[in-house]
Design a protein around this ligand. Sequence first.
Ligand SMILES: *Cc1c(COP(=O)(O)O)cnc(C)c1O
Length: 336
Amino acid sequence: MSSAMRPWERLPRISLRAIPAPLVQLPRFSRTLGADVWMKRDDVGDLPFAGNKARKLEFLLADAIDRDCDVVVAVGAAQSNFARAVAAAAARVGMPCILLLGGEAPHRLAGNALLAAMCGAQLRFQETEAWDELVQRLDATCSELETLGSRPFPLPIGGSVPLGVVAFAAAYAELVDELDELQLAPDCIVHASSSGGTQAGLELGRRIVGRGPVIHAVDVAKTGGDLRPVVAALATSAAELLGVRETWRQADIKLDESQLGQAYGVPTDAALEAIDLLARTEGIICDPVYTGKALAALVARARAGAIGPQLFWHTGGVPAIFDPRYTDSMLRAAFD
Ligand SMILES: *Cc1c(COP(=O)(O)O)cnc(C)c1O
């Protein structure tokens, strides 16, 4: 399909990524692993610390503006990368922002929560970390705001709604254009998956483009339960939103569960080793919750003798390392 016909181009979109995410080769990391490793760097960009959520918000906030909403309300974990990106994007478009965050209010804000507060978001800690409860709080808060005469725009966990998913179909096409330019043909894209929107969008992008690397999604868990039906449903509804006649069943979705470790947010030794190796060889930082676990999957593939260029999608997440609960892990990664 030619780029002129790409279906997301008729949707409203604001620009939060004035700087395109670089696609770079990692020569020293590659040499250490004995593989040819490339990285798509969504961790850098125009919003502070960017990350994959900035892509979703280009479409989501354009919709909020179109609907004449006057406040955005997002939900996430205490160190949610999504919530922090929402706070920054809301500041950029001049919209008030309320964040419903998991857990107790910390004594001192750090990492993503601090950045979100700096961008003027109102942080409301929910004293629970249960996802279903947090999702209910989002509905309740929005109804309450409506009663008060306001027009809230709700942003569910990870921005993983069909309109957010569309952003990663566009991202897939962007990548394939860059790969063509470099005459590079990796067999897969390794990335971290948790609320499923990124994975669903990449799957959709691949069907729309009609060729290119397959999606090697590494489950880091968040929503609980099996992520595959969620990804299949998200990809299918995003296709429908674009008027693309494609559907996915659970069996079409692959998920690498080898790097989960104990739970979401609990670092693994393999992740810490991968983080350490990348930082020492390239000066690029991954986080222990998402990208470190995904990078560990790529390291395992390379060590098992994977052939051809390896492609890692760096989805961001770095500010979490400045939360004291992760600092110990980072110290272990650096000095053990
Ligand atoms: C949210 C997030 C992911 C996962 O993206 P989903 O679309 O929620 O699956 C991966 N990496 C980082 C750093 C994230 O913040």
